[in-house]
Design a protein around this ligand. Structure first.
Ligand code: SF4
Length: 67
């Protein structure tokens, strides 16, 4: 089933990792949640490029007022 929001989602997606889930946010968050991670859009662009999607990294950025 094609996601009716995919085109609009892709316009605001900041993920730079080549991935088939891009623009299909429900699959994206399900995948990262299963790994105890957060999707790219929780991270500032420079942090996203590290591909570290861990909650620990998110909290580190948050505590340093990066988010
Ligand atoms: S955040 Fe993760 S699952 Fe989502 S598009 Fe990027 S690499 Fe894929």
């Amino acid at each position: 089933m094609e996601c009716i929001n995919k085109k609009a989602n892709l316009e605001i997606c900041n993920c730079t990792y080549p991935c088939g889930k891009k623009g299909i946010c429900c699959e994206c968050i399900r995948y990262h949640r299963s790994l105890k991670e957060l999707p790219a859009c929780y991270f500032p662009n420079d942090a996203e490029k590290t591909f570290d999607r861990s909650i620990a990294y998110f909290l580190e950025l948050y505590q340093n007022n990066r988010i």
